[in-house]
Design a protein around this ligand. Structure first.
Ligand code: HEM
Length: 477
């Protein structure tokens, strides 16, 4: 049988390194170039690890839908294992009963639409403080670092959603916490040399200090979570307080049904880690890219501002209750997610059983990456793919819910993003308010085409705009 096996095409490999030298700084871009030579199913070796990269909608449909069950586990790398409390979280838990249980808790109780709505006041307060801080700069001609402001907004919204109202900045050092989350993301995205190179890799890891850093970051984050959980256990809750994520999880631990028997305080910490690692950066990046695209495209910017201002003029401010009526804004968000999916290769999957894609054999324990970034810019599916043109989604049923395989910013299938409603709400509210409250001018002497749209890998799982977005806000009303 092995004689007849047909492996996917591979670019030439070097001894020991395999294909690592071909990855470049932006692997999703390197993979797209190689796709043009080797086709939509490619086999790589990262050191000793077999990695298959999928680059067409048809092949993505095969992997994520037809063979979802055969390919829905996750690889367990050293950094991931440590930071996820030995894979007790949702993102990196291997496929099985425990993952199913915890996924259900997340989808039905933690990230449900009702729960997302219950955090409306938090979003409103945090947005108000963002607008206020921008207004303070808007009397002058100095640009604001919009990237920084948007990251801070996404961070404080998620912090309050997770940790609740009782944790103002004085108790929890926000800057310290953000720095730790940033370090954790970098560790999460890197493979240790030991995983790629048997026998000798550990020497490289010792030289780079990977493990020491991992232990430190993990320990410090763990202490934050301990403190937050401890404070929740001690504090008496006012009955009319909105429940935060820790409250909900503590309730599950206390009153657990048999199906939730394995859920303990360690799992609370692991889920908190997921929420911070998966929920802040992704939403912030999407808002930054959208604002950068709009700043480059005054036509779309004006149209979006007319829409939101006409709609909310009577109220005098944006209200979350009616935000679903902003149709053009929704098209802008779709177009941004097509060109700039925050997780360009989705999270890595690990195959469980043998199956075939486009006639090629895929074996168990293979890492699968789907290049949704390349698919979203492929002229086979999109007219003028590099153009930012939100209208392409008008009267077009293509959506990002995981059924249209040419457009998968949230993934698809069993492992698709469960935080989609939470993430989208933050993105919508942030954008609507930024567009309503201010006109945005380019810094002195700069033209639309001068805006730097280069990408940078913050860590190897997500991609962001390389340089900060600096724009001059002019108060509109
Ligand atoms: C615009 C914002 C967001 C984007 C673009 C995004 C995108 C993604 C993507 C592409 C995946 C991998 C899907 C796959 O491998 O097929 C994912 C997984 C995940 N996301 Fe999101 N996400 C966003 C916001 C959030 C938020 C706000 C949360 C939680 C608060 C969250 C929690 C998760 C978790 C826990 C997983 C892993 C699910 C599993 O393995 O079962 N995400 N997300």
């Amino acid at each position: 049988k092995t004689l007849n096996r047909q492996l996917p095409p591979s670019p030439p490999k070097l001894p020991i390194l395999g294909n690592l030298h071909q990855l470049g700084v932006l692997p999703h871009q390197s993979f797209r170039k190689l796709y043009q030579i080797y086709g939509p199913v490619m086999l790589f070796k990262f050191g000793r690890l077999p990695v298959v990269v999928i680059s067409s909608a048809e092949a993505a449909n095969e992997v994520l839908k037809v063979h979802d069950l055969d390919s829905c586990s996750r690889p367990s790398f050293t950094g991931v294992r440590k930071l996820s409390y030995n894979c007790s979280d949702l993102s990196f838990s291997p496929y099985g009963d425990y993952w199913r249980e915890i996924r259900k808790i997340c989808v039905l109780q933690l990230f449900s639409l009702n729960r997302v709505q219950s955090f409306q006041t938090i979003r409103e307060e945090e947005i108000a403080s963002l607008l206020n801080s921008i207004s303070q700069s808007s009397s002058s001609v100095t640009p604001v670092d919009l990237s920084e402001k948007i990251y801070a907004l996404a961070g404080s919204i998620i912090l309050r959603i997770a940790f609740g109202q009782r944790f103002p900045g004085s108790v929890l050092d926000h800057d310290k916490f953000s720095e730790l989350i940033h370090d954790a993301e970098a560790l999460l995205g890197s493979l240790t040399a030991d995983e790629m190179f048997p026998y000798v890799g550990w020497i490289i890891d010792k030289l780079t200090g990977y493990h020491t850093k991992l232990e430190r970051v993990f320990h410090e984050l763990d202490m934050f979570y301990e403190q937050a959980i401890g404070d929740h256990l001690k504090a008496e809750r006012e009955t009319n307080d909105e429940e935060d994520i820790i409250d909900v999880m503590l309730k599950i631990v206390r009153n657990k049904k048999t199906s939730e028997a394995r859920f303990t305080e360690v799992h609370i910490k692991a889920i908190l880690m997921d929420i911070f690692l998966a929920g802040v950066d992704t939403s912030a990046k999407t808002v930054v890219w959208a604002m950068a695209e709009l700043a480059r495209n005054p036509r779309a910017m004006n149209k979006a501002q007319d829409e939101v201002r006409n709609f909310f003029r009577k109220k005098g401010k944006v209200s979350e209750d009616d935000i679903d009526q902003l149709h053009y804004l929704k098209l802008i968000i779709k177009e941004t997610l097509r060109l700039h999916p925050a997780v360009p290769l989705l999270l890595p999957r690990e195959t469980i059983s043998h199956f075939k894609v486009n006639g090629y054999d895929i074996y168990p324990k293979t890492i699968m990456q789907v290049n949704v970034w390349a698919i979203g810019r492929d002229p086979n599916y999109w007219k003028d793919p590099e153009e930012f043109y939100p209208e392409r989604f008008m009267d077009n049923p293509t959506d990002f819910k995981g059924q249209n395989f040419e457009f998968l910013p949230f993934g698809s299938g069993r492992r698709s993003c469960p935080g989609i409603n939470m993430g989208l709400k933050t993105v919508e509210v942030a954008l609507a308010n930024l567009l309503y409250e201010f006109n945005w001018k380019l810094p002195n002497g700069m033209k639309e085409e001068d805006i730097n749209m280069e990408e940078a890998i913050g860590m190897s799982l997500t991609v962001s705009k390389k340089t900060a977005l600096n724009l001059v806000p002019v108060k509109y009303l």
